[in-house]
Design a protein around this ligand. Sequence first.
Ligand code: ADP
Ligand code: MG
Length: 254
Amino acid sequence: MTGSSPDLIEAREVSKIYRSEDSAVKALASVDLSVRQGELIVLVGPSGCGKTTLLLILAGLESATRGRVFFSGRELDGPRREIGLVLQDYGLFPWKTVRCNIELGLVIRREPIDSDKVDAMLEELDIADKADLFPQQLSGGQKQRVAIGRALILNPQLLLLDEPFAALDTLTRERLQDLVLDVCRSRGLGMVMVSHNIPEAVRLGEKIVVMTGQPGRITRIIENPMARNTDYRASDQFYNMTRILRRELEGGNA
Ligand code: ADP
Ligand code: MG
């Protein structure tokens, strides 16, 4: 998508304070972030700088203490089917098969199950032969494919992912990065992924949003348009960009 695409989601001056009886944690302070249709954004920053909080606010699962979030121009007031969320621990139900775990997105939304669509999803994610297995029979990478399938089955416009590949080995991780790129590009989805991994941020993020804590703020947005190239990972530009990002993170309090 070009710079003229409309904003899919926009956070305006979002602040978040978690309050309990005897404490208040300032998790986010005046964060502005917008994601256009088809735009892929990666959020990086040290632990505790509010990345997950920001993602949950974009998902409509946490409310901002101050500031507002707009989705397709309307104020976001809760979770929506157009916003898919994928978490690090997969969130799969161990007593349900792969197929049933993917269908769960539809079941929760009380929508009819279209088994042809579920079959197509299993094929696209390369887990068709695992459809009748249970999560404990799968590798980490396969589990994460199921979690991605469950988010995609609802045809989201925006995919939010919180360190989805942190537990995976390098090659599995790279395969899943390519899969996420394929599904986002083929569907024109916007994406916000939280990652701790510098090469992952450089491979996936057309914009790399660097955060620092605490309270969590955005300190820099690095434009990384080469992330659109399929053979970026093997190029000199890729290594240059990983160096730039590393320097940026080391300059902060990472
Ligand atoms: P990150 O994902 O960047 O590691 P988080 O968004 O999880 O950061 O957390 C930001 C800050 O808010 C941390 O200090 C964390 O301890 C605090 N925090 C997160 N969730 C809660 C919560 N539900 N209640 C209280 N404090 C929280
Ligand atoms: Mg987190």
